[in-house]
Design a protein around this ligand. Structure first.
Ligand code: SF4
Length: 341
């Protein structure tokens, strides 16, 4: 009898799947809390980066009760370096909701899971499958890529979401949703990678319509209108008399003439600045920009900008992004010269 695609995939997974600290094989995870933490950490972050954070976090907060009883500040400390701090806040708030309203146990249906802070459609389906073996179909970027290649779907991704969903649902082994979800994620991470997929090693190479095709790397087709993501750092530099450094944008473009706190897209602008564990995100027409807020006391700063009193910032036009930075970074700002030690 011919094996189903799911069976082929699960057999491959049994032999080749990754061993990860939050992974459990053979059905629902015995500790849904571990699935919850890993799902939150893995959003926009690679598996390799997450592993040490996950281990440290689980050692300090081994249960949802311990996480719920911690302070937000301590949770943020254990998150420092992972970025996207909104995730840490949402995770902590959801832990409190689960202990207070759900007696410490996550709900068992996807809709309710998706309504909890920190979850989106993808992470709710993934959590439901991994934690409870619920018949949920996981559709992330990896699964989209695999479906497009399996069925040689070459139209722009945004036009074929329903088709992708339908194919992904047909292939899912709903009786083994947990292992199937892990298996397809591993297939996307290890074999059907964006560049140089290893079709000869793929459990689906005999049924895949794009196996060894010359255009395989071009599938899926991403539309040019997709937002570019920029992740950088913005610096709140304070002088000894409590003033803040701003500069005027001189480059031609949308924000020309506006003032800003100094920021960089890549690397470090000011050595030794402290990570405030806060970030702001702003969507421009074609760009999604996230800036992590760094702080530092400086005696002087070379550049064309100037130091101004925080209460005088209203006098300088700031872009919406920089207004967000200002609101967040200076909300509880105490000038260094006013700190009593
Ligand atoms: S055969 Fe190749 S293109 Fe098709 S799913 Fe496997 S790795 Fe991807």
């Amino acid at each position: 009898m011919m094996k189903t695609p799911a069976k082929l995939l699960l057999e491959w997974y049994a032999q080749n799947g990754r061993r990860l600290p939050w992974r459990f094989r053979g059905g629902a995870h015995p500790n849904p809390y571990a699935v919850f933490i890993s799902e939150m950490m893995l959003q926009q972050t690679t598996v390799k980066t997450v592993i040490p954070y996950f281990e440290r976090f689980m050692t300090r907060f081994p249960t949802i009760n311990e996480l719920a009883q911690a302070t937000e500040e301590e949770v943020l400390c254990y998150w420092q370096g992972l970025g996207y701090y909104t995730r840490a806040r949402s995770l902590w708030q959801t832990a409190r909701v689960i202990t207070e309203k759900y007696s410490g146990e996550f709900p068992h249906n996807i809709k309710e899971i998706a309504s909890l802070k920190g979850f989106g459609r993808y992470s709710a389906a993934s959590f439901a499958a991994l934690a409870y073996n619920l018949p949920a179909t996981v559709i992330d970027g990896n699964v989209q890529r695999i479906m497009c290649r399996m069925y040689h779907l070459t139209a722009p991704l945004e036009h074929i979401q329903n088709e992708i969903k339908a194919y992904a649902e047909v292939l899912t082994d709903t009786h083994n949703a947990a292992d199937y979800a892990s298996a397809i994620m591993d297939l996307g991470a290890m074999i059907c990678t964006p560049k140089k997929p290893q079709c000869l090693l793929c459990p689906w190479h005999k049924i895949c319509l794009s196996a060894n095709a010359t255009d395989v790397e071009l599938i899926p087709q991403k539309t040019k209108s997709e937002k570019k993501e920029i992740n950088g750092k913005v610096y709140i530099l304070s002088s000894a008399d409590g003033k803040i450094y701003i500069r005027k944008r001189t480059e031609k473009g949308l924000l020309h003439g506006l003032y800003e706190f100094p920021w960089v897209e890549k690397g470090i602008l000011v050595e030794g600045a402290l990570d405030s564990a806060q970030s702001v995100t702003h969507i421009f027409t074609h760009i999604k920009m996230t800036l992590e807020i760094m702080t530092m006391k400086v005696d002087e700063f070379s550049g064309d900008g100037m130091f101004v009193k925080p209460e005088d910032l209203d006098k300088y036009p700031l872009s919406t992004l920089m207004q967000k930075v200002r609101r967040k970074a200076l909300k509880n700002y105490v000038p260094f010269n006013k700190i009593v030690e």
